[in-house]
Design a protein around this ligand. Structure first.
Ligand SMILES: Nc1nc2c(c(=O)[nH]1)N[C@H]1C(S)=C(S)[C@@H](COP(=O)(O)O)O[C@H]1N2
Ligand SMILES: [Mo]
Length: 317
């Protein structure tokens, strides 16, 4: 396989511009050598992003626990990971316009009394939408402060009844090669599936986000609905979700499959547990120059450390 797992490359351009440039060049060469045509992705300038629609009046939330100022919208929408649209940080903004977010529905199945499919229009009416300003930390060393719009995952639990066997929840992203050109390449084992323990999913900080900065979710950030868990590395937050499945056993996930000794199931932000190939002690906020110290559980220890009482966090990384 040509590219086994993309995060095999050190923390990112912000810490190692030379390595990053070399990797980009490699992928560009790959695409120019016929890949771009085969994938049906255009080169040249990206089309203008679809403007977001206002989500109206939002509840402010007591769970906006940070006073840090929000990262500029432009940074958060032009730099990120969404491998279905390509492996470098600019790919999602360039290609995500191909995603069709209506009609959209989400199927909830597995260990539930009755499997159900919900239309996105109904989901948007489940609860008053809240603004949640969260610190976010990517495993690659960059971070951001994002005013998400959404509601607690627990709203879903009011509408489906997990069986007594349900101990974990999987979140499945869409994997449609017609809309997501890079699903044709074996960058990851598609579809992108992430998962949480049921008590982590139920925690009031865990939200299903339908927007950010007061507007509907930009496609590159996971429209129309994605998961956000602020105390975990960013890759746990699956984008553009089409299926939520309750299961009994801890499942394999996109990143534990890609690198089992590098990406653990828990992936709680932990400055004391380095990634196999780089330190996790510091981070760089998008748009800032100096690095900041990374905090245990990304600054949410007071709220979530209890979920892991008695667990060896070096073993369960
Ligand atoms: N389906 C899907 N979800 C995904 C990813 C992805 O490649 N595909 N990347 C993850 C990673 S590594 C990060 S850091 C965050 C980035 O989210 P953002 O672009 O909104 O900051 O999305 C996560 N969710
Ligand atoms: Mo990430």
């Amino acid at each position: 396989m040509l590219i086994r797992h993309p995060l095999d490359i050190p923390p990112s351009e912000i810490t190692d511009p030379a390595r990053y440039a070399a990797r980009r060049k490699f992928i560009q060469t790959l695409l120019l050598a016929g890949g771009a045509g085969a994938l049906g992705v255009a080169r040249g300038n990206p089309p203008a992003a679809t403007p977001g629609a206002s989500l109206g009046k939002l509840q402010s939330s007591p769970f906006s626990l940070t006073d840090d100022k929000a990262t500029p919208f432009k940074s958060v929408t032009s730099y990120g990971n969404f491998y279905e649209f390509g492996p470098d940080k600019e790919s999602p903004a360039r290609h995500a316009h191909r995603l069709r977010t209506r009609p959209w529905s989400i199927t909830v199945d597995g260990e539930v009394k009755t499997a159900k499919t919900f239309a996105i229009e109904d989901i948007l009416n489940w609860a008053p939408l809240e603004e949640r300003i969260y610190r976010m930390r990517c495993v690659e060393g960059w971070s951001a402060v994002i005013p998400w719009v959404g509601f607690p995952f627990s709203e879903l639990l009011k509408r489906v009844e997990p069986t007594g066997n349900a101990r974990f929840v999987e979140f499945w992203s869409l994997a449609d090669p017609e809309q997501m050109p890079f699903v044709r390449l074996p960058l990851l084992d598609w579809p992108y599936v992430e998962a949480l323990r049921l008590d982590e999913a139920r925690h009031p900080l865990t939200i299903l986000a339908v927007g950010m900065y007061g507007e509907t979710m930009p496609k590159q950030n996971g429209a129309p609905l994605r998961l956000v868990i602020p105390w975990k590395y960013g890759f746990k937050g699956a984008k553009s979700i089409v299926r939520i499945r309750f299961v009994e056993k801890q499942p394999a996930t996109a990143w534990t499959k890609a690198g089992p000794d590098e990406y653990g199931f828990y992936s709680n932000v932990n400055p004391d547990v380095p990634h196999k190939r780089w330190s996790q002690s510091h981070e760089r906020r998008l748009g800032e120059f100096f690095k900041r110290k990374t905090l245990p559980f990304n600054g949410y220890a007071e709220q979530v450390a209890g979920l892991y009482a008695g667990m060896d966090l070096r073993k369960y990384f």
